[in-house]
Design a protein. Sequence first.
Length: 302
Amino acid sequence: MKKTLALLLGFIITLALIGCGANYDEPLKVIVPNGAPALSQIFMQENENYAVSVVNGVDPLVAAFGSGTHDFIFAPTNLGAKLYNSGIEYKFIAAVTFGNYYLVSMEESFTLESLEGKEIVVFGQNATSDIVLRYVLEENEINVTYRYVDSVGTANAEFALDNDIIILSAEPMLSILGNTVSGFNTIDLQAEYQDLTGETSYPQAGVFAKASLENTYVRDFLKALEDSIDEVNNDIEATVTMAAQLKYSFPESVLRASIPNSNIGFEKASDVREDLEAYFNIILDMNGALIGGKLPDDDFYF
């Protein structure tokens, strides 16, 4: 009798689980910027439940947030917080990249202390790259001059023409620079951030889900994303092959070099909230407008 009841209970639970699964009448729309965030979800692009658009720059992301045309949006975490604080109805569901900024110089003894009194060519004035760099240097009481350029590509190009300058670069563009210039040294800003804060790193980019989306769809997405990130980190060659099949813009050699330094990872919103708020508080102290002037409230987190 007990065995019969156990079998019946197992059958009922199985039916319940099947009933709770999401029904995909049509693919859910996903938008992701090129670079490390796109790599994080690359194996999801084989999944027929998702229609993925890979775009360049933040403008298409802002447009997607505003129009509500996409179910899932990969974006810088500070951008998502800023738009949430302005009334956009998307929830933060996971962090996927944890910093990819590096200082670059030909100096043999290249340390934070060696930067004292020098000029650094920096991309993204008042953006995350600028905030993280200035936080690290100011906390270490290093005085420098900043010269701002419009993009990481411009910073790389200037360094290729003049190896005497110091620049801020980022993966995967740093690996592209390595194909042009050899022998440079780097300072890992993520390691410096960890030394200062005790946090593993800062949740630089994440994924946001439309607030009206059913939880079952979000949970399915999170599982698929976590599996994709595991494969990216554990099988670089498979990732490179997939990127080639999908016609990603970066050469295979660049992907092989950049993936280990891109700090791609997976942390659910509830697990990364403390690290994210520590990062947001640094932004609030330096340029609060980047996250809408305040920490997002509880409803921001899935």
